[in-house]
Design a binder for this molecule. Structure first.
Ligand code: DX5
Ligand code: ZN
Length: 233
């Protein structure tokens, strides 16, 4: 998980933006075009004002992802995530990310994710300061910087996220953390170079991958990353 200057950028298409009527087929297009992870957005209608899907739907994508050796990257936008960690681990999650704002006992939650054999991430909303991660960061495999207020796909990128990524990279570097930095919300080939230069490792993209020609969209990310001196997939 260690980031190096030459480390490839990981593109993680968010299946929230895929056509649910042909979920596996549409998702497969993104993976066959070279995307490295699959991002699974789980929303409960409480922590965020929208409901998406849960572990049973994710289980339906598992075989397709495993065949291609693609990790399922689960983003839990739910209250009391501890109650559901085992379900998602058993449904094939490689990484489980919970929200700092949803976890009063975050250290315990992160431990529980590790005990289930998954890598652990913590997400912070746009208004949540990075300092809330200072104590837990050494235990994390991933920090997710939200670049929209979570709940919906297709929202406009909040520009201040770029500087937050930069400060997060500094913070993690300063404590010798090996955690990856993931950015989620409104990510496009246009803001990709700035995010990569700031230190992002994993780019989540829903609309920018699944709207229109999926293979061409993935290629656009690859070209944009290359222009910033990094490679996608
Ligand atoms: C937002 C979700 C995102 C979202 C990204 O609540 O966590 O993963 O689906 O979608 P786009 O790329 O369309 O902003
Ligand atoms: Zn997400």
């Amino acid at each position: 998980m260690e980031r190096t200057a030459s480390a490839p950028v990981i593109l993680a298409p968010s299946v929230l933006a895929a056509d649910f009527g042909r979920l596996a087929a549409h998702t497969t297009e993104a993976l066959d075009a070279g995307a490295e992870w699959l991002h699974i957005d789980v929303m409960d209608g409480h922590f965020v004002p929208n409901i998406s899907f849960g572990a049973p739907v994710m289980r339906g994508l598992r075989a397709m992802a495993e065949e291609r050796n693609v990790p399922l990257d689960v983003h839990l936008m739910i209250e009391e995530p501890d109650r559901y960690l085992k379900d998602f681990a058993e449904a094939g999650a490689a990484l489980i990310t919970v929200h700092e704002e949803a976890c009063p006992h975050l250290h315990r939650t992160v431990q529980a994710i590790h005990d289930l054999g998954c890598r652990a991430g913590v997400a912070v909303n746009p208004a949540t300061p990075l300092v809330t991660l200072e104590e837990i960061a050494p235990d994390l495999d991933l920090v997710l910087i939200m670049s929209v207020n979570p709940g919906f796909g297709g929202q406009a990128f909040i520009e201040s996220a770029v500087d937050k990524v930069r400060r997060c990279r500094q913070m993690l570097g300063g404590m010798g953390s090996r955690a990856l930095i993931e950015v989620d919300g409104g990510v496009t080939p246009d803001n990709t170079p700035a995010l990569l230069r700031a230190g992002a490792d994993v780019l989540v993209a829903g609309s920018a991958v699944f709207r229109g020609d999926v293979a061409a969209n993935v290629q656009a990310f690859r070209q944009s990353a290359a222009s910033a001196g990094r490679q996608v997939a």
